[in-house]
Design a protein around this ligand. Sequence first.
Ligand SMILES: Cc1cc2nc3c(=O)[nH]c(=O)nc-3n(C[C@H](O)[C@H](O)[C@H](O)COP(=O)(O)OP(=O)(O)OC[C@H]3O[C@@H](n4cnc5c(N)ncnc54)[C@H](O)[C@@H]3O)c2cc1C
Length: 390
Amino acid sequence: MSKPVDFAVIGRGMMGSACARYLAENGASVALIGPDEPADRITHSGPFGSHHDQGRITRRLAHDADWARFSSRSIDRYVDLETRSGLEIFTASGGMMAGPRAGPGSDFTQSFLRVADALDIPHEHHNDTTLPGRFPEFTFPPGTEAAWEASGGTINPRALRDAESLLASKASAEIIPQAVTALRQNRLHLADGTTLAAGHIVMATGAYAHTDDLFPARPEMRVYARTVAFAEVDETEAARLAQMPSLIFIPEGLAYDLYLLPPIRYPDGKLYLKIGGEDESPLLTNRSDITTWFQGDGNAQVGETLLTHLRTLMPDLAIQSTHTGSCAVSFTTTGYPYIDRLSDGLTLLTGGNGAGAKCCDELGRLGAMVARGERIQAEGYETDFRAVLA
Ligand SMILES: Cc1cc2nc3c(=O)[nH]c(=O)nc-3n(C[C@H](O)[C@H](O)[C@H](O)COP(=O)(O)OP(=O)(O)OC[C@H]3O[C@@H](n4cnc5c(N)ncnc54)[C@H](O)[C@@H]3O)c2cc1C
């Protein structure tokens, strides 16, 4: 049985691993608890994670100032994380947001342009006159406005999670690759039948925070089943797209945004672009829903729709093969992550809202402050990230 710890962080995902690093590097005794990524999704009974992928978009640009602050502060620390962990996390391919100047979706466009100016984020402002020459790989609809930033691009969520977890263990945190099955006061029950006592518990279990009954109060969140589509390209095509930025955009006729990542090499050695984004998708309301969804390959029809949008945006793209994948996103009632000390013994850190990977380092830093009972009101945010409980 492990020795009692000051802090037990449940959830060795994006936010939990960063939080454990900040707690351990601050000198506390810490246990970071959560299973490894499954070797075989189909037979794995969970829990899964929304970080089991090779690519996530990162950008300072955002439709909301606090989200831009989360990401900017995290992006500023990627080099330090890479240097100290020896892991490659960030690819500075540039990041872009694009949308209609007028009509449905134009509020999205106005919001990211407004935030870019308000927070003085260095960016190029483009429109349908300048876009074709600057980004010939894309065919945007008439009336498009866009912002491009050099400091954006993609991160490898597996590597970022590993870097945070590795640096936490370098600071003496204990890594326990298991699921927590029950909580009784300050004692955690682990899947192997052992228990661990902790002075304070941080709940960072992603989508499962809403579905699991590990603790009395459940955060109010909508957990959506998401499908992504992958388009394989060969080395020549990837070289042609070497300057392609990551992109968040609103296609013609849609009022919600899609996201697109440039070619990234996956563990199978192949290069894939990835596209995603849905307005409505099925809600996952319990653990078995989530498990079943993650065991599958997403919704084939949604995949086809996403690939049609990709072919419209990039008509010259030479696609070798396509496939789909599944994941889950957790939207909070506030639209911000919940970073809240619910009692002397418990802090909630969850609610990525489809955007929490790039900025997990800052969310983890704030989570560690809150778990230590420190105030975050002076950290320069407009919101207090209080949780809404069901
Ligand atoms: C398809 C898709 C695309 C996305 N694209 C982007 C993007 O481009 N940019 C971006 O910034 N974000 C993106 N996101 C969002 C991002 O991945 C999430 O916001 C982020 O992963 C949330 O971090 P988390 O730590 O809250 O949850 P997770 O990363 O899911 O981690 C939670 C961890 O808790 C563990 N856990 C659960 N229950 C237990 C238990 N009982 N005991 C122990 N451990 C447990 C899980 O196994 C998991 O490892 C995307 C998400 C999806 C699904």
